[in-house]
Design a protein around this ligand. Structure first.
Ligand code: 13P
Ligand code: SF4
Length: 377
């Protein structure tokens, strides 16, 4: 977040009731017509997502952003890295707007460009060759640029298997940023032994593993994680299964290896929605992902039993920064002809990042699954 761009909301907005805000958002959108498109990630709260023109996981939202050729404004109800990617994928005369500039992602912040450049250099000095860099969508534009300029690619939780296959067709190993869990879970599902996936810690001398480990590696895992998904444990799975023998466990691949191994199905937020939509009435589900999505699924499918895998509400506090008040504020500014909270990736960074994003989009995603690739382990 750039603190200099943060503007407190006027009282004329903050004093409104939820219903007044809802009506004014609808009115502002009506006035803007086809000039504005509102994209919403599945983790957004109900009172925001109800205004979205399109919803999705990171992959689907990137596709939506790339497809917007007519709208002058893309209002992104999600987090900063998603809005950056949308800016890169839209044309120069289109503005991407993030209603709250503080809506970041702690995982994306775990891979800083200087640390990644240092790691790359050290790996080269160690003689670790033929590395294809991959970055999870949850990373800054600077990391995507780094990856794109070195022949690498972006992935999402919806296409990690395909992206790793793409990388292995071009090199001996992948350097996967910043989510160690998505990388480990996907690598394991593809049959890669755990000891061929050493961690790279930016805080340890020379990454923390031995030179031999890195030379033997198939995937080098950056030591990043999502603190929301770390709250789910294999113990939650055991307890739920003991109490509800019929329950099915559905987890996001940002969950730890133990949780993913204990789950029945694993995939992106779009995949999670699809599994529930296609499930029979009466089925029982525990879902290991962000609270707002789980809560919405439970509301939308009252004839299924849907609970969070954890007893507590695991919410993403940064996704939740987008709320009706800042959404209304950016929309009413647009009505007045003012673009506020524009996300702009500098051209020199956008260039490499675009290469990495385009390589991913060319592969197409399928809302993919990590678990179904597992050869019953
Ligand atoms: P999806 O791409 O599966 O929606 O995941 C994005 C994310 O940030 C999950 O924490
Ligand atoms: Fe980032 Fe985790 Fe929030 Fe997803 S849930 S946006 S990975 S902090």
């Amino acid at each position: 977040m750039n603190p200099t761009t943060y503007t407190p909301l006027p009282e004329s907005i903050t004093a409104l009731s939820p219903e007044q805000m809802r009506i004014r958002i609808i009115e502002a959108k009506r006035k803007l017509g086809s000039e504005v498109v509102l994209l919403g990630h599945h983790y957004q709260a109900d009172e925001v997502i109800c205004h979205a023109d399109a919803t999705g996981d990171s992959f689907k939202l990137a596709q939506h952003a790339a497809a917007q050729k007519d709208a002058r404004y893309v209002v992104f109800c999600g987090v900063h890295f998603m809005a950056e990617s949308a800016d890169i994928l839209t044309d120069e005369d289109q503005s991407v707007i993030l209603p709250d500039m503080g809506a970041g992602c702690s995982m994306a912040d775990m891979a800083e460009i200087d640390d990644v450049e240092d790691a790359w250099e050290i790996l080269e000095e160690m003689g670790v060759d033929e590395i294809i860099p991959i970055t999870y969508m949850n990373s800054t534009a600077a990391i995507k640029d780094f990856v794109g300029r070195r022949g690498g690619i972006v992935c999402t939780s919806g296409n990690a298997v395909k992206v790793l296959e793409w990388a292995f067709a071009r090199g001996k190993r992948a350097f996967f940023l910043p989510d160690q869990h998505l990388a480990r879970n996907t690598g394991h599902a593809m049959g890669i032994p755990l000891d061929a996936m050493p961690l790279w810690s930016p805080y340890a001398t020379q990454g923390g593993a031995s030179i031999e480990d890195y030379r033997r590696s198939r995937i080098i895992l950056w030591q990043g994680h999502c603190s929301v998904h770390m709250k789910f444990t294999a113990d939650h799975v055991r307890r739920l299964r003991a109490a509800h023998p019929e329950i099915r466990i559905l987890a996001h691949p940002e969950c730890s290896f133990d949780v993913v191994q204990a789950a029945d199905e694993v995939g992106s937020t779009e995949y999670i929605r699809r599994v529930i939509r296609e499930s029979p009435p009466g089925s029982e589900w525990a879902i290991g992902t962000e609270y707002h999505l789980v809560h919405r699924l439970a509301q939308d499918y009252p004839d299924r039993s849907i609970v969070s895998l954890s007893g507590i509400q695991c919410a993403c506090s940064t996704m939740y920064r987008i709320d009706p008040s800042n959404l209304l504020w950016v929309l009413e500014n647009l009505v007045e002809g003012r673009v506020v909270n524009r996300i702009r990736v500098p051209d020199d960074i956008a260039e490499g990042a675009m290469l990495a994003l385009e390589r991913m989009l060319a592969l197409k995603g399928d809302g993919a699954v990590v678990k179904k690739q597992v050869a019953q382990c």
